[in-house]
Design a protein around this ligand. Sequence first.
Ligand code: PLP
Length: 357
Amino acid sequence: MSRFLSGRYNGMLPYTPGEQPQDKRYIKLNTNENPFPPSPRAVAAVSQEVLENLKLYSDPEATKCTLAVAEYYGVDPDCVLMTNGSDEALAFVYMAFCDKQREIIAPDISYGFYPVFCELLNLKYNFIPLKDDYKVDVDAFCGINKNIIIANPNAPTGLAITVDEVAKITASNPDNVVIIDEAYMDFGTQSAVPLLQKFDNLIIVSTFSKSRSLAGGRLGYILSSREVIDDIKKIKYSFNPYNVNRVTDLMGKYAMEDVEYFKECVGKVVANRAFLTEKLRSLGFTVLDSQANFIFAKREGISGEKLYFRLKEKAILVRHFNKERIADFVRISVGSREEIDMLLAAVGEILAEEGVL
Ligand SMILES: *Cc1c(COP(=O)(O)O)cnc(C)c1O
């Protein structure tokens, strides 16, 4: 630490991103990227001319993407705001609606970024524990009169709540915002977007990083009422008006419009998830019923940390969280069939070597 760092960051713990090794070749099953490339239409759109036009600023409204997202969900473009990854969307929403008085509540086991932003922005926050079966405790979120953020499906469990349950939470906290992070929604659950017509306090955040294979493009979005979006625009235009770059705005449009390719990739991931779940269960693992593009699994006889390190030795990266209640688990992204086969072979070897088969 230098002598110059502002005292307000004393003791702040930054988010720890999943490892992104740039040296050795790993099978990367640690950050829930899509194993398939972005839509070929999105890739083909990036011409020499598009790249040369990077000399110009991007469209502050990210109109191309905004229109494609609005069309896909059947909402008014004024109810959509594009962001630099959904992490930026979360930051904007927090900045707009939370402060020292307006506390925000999340499940205790969820996306690591939620409390990190609160620390950075000096907001008040608290947690509601997941139930014993690792599901979000819907009743405990009802009628609490607090801002709420829930990832649905949740990470790292992969477990989802229903649209009716989202409605119940939203209806019972009418004077606070309820933020639903749908980063993994496309892999098997129902979006809460239709509820936007009914509730002016609902905010939906989502991303192109997972189901649309554009993690490196950094593209996310917010869907809400026009009034809420206008409030968030004030934050955006005070922070980073050109937040979506030209190449990503263009690729995002095609990635959103190419519904056929999107469905094909999501379908493969869902099929691979079922295969991986079944195979791990037959190796004696407990695997939660994931609705996302990752699974959360543990095996009696080997700790989550040990399995993580042993897999890393074999050049396979998964994610381990050194956190109470989930330290036994590892989170494994659903890769391609070849990646899953290599993972399963490695897991079999490790269990044999550790004498736990
Ligand atoms: C991956 C992820 C995000 C955001 O990712 P971006 O790449 O910033 O769009 C948001 N929420 C959850 C729960 C995630 O897992």
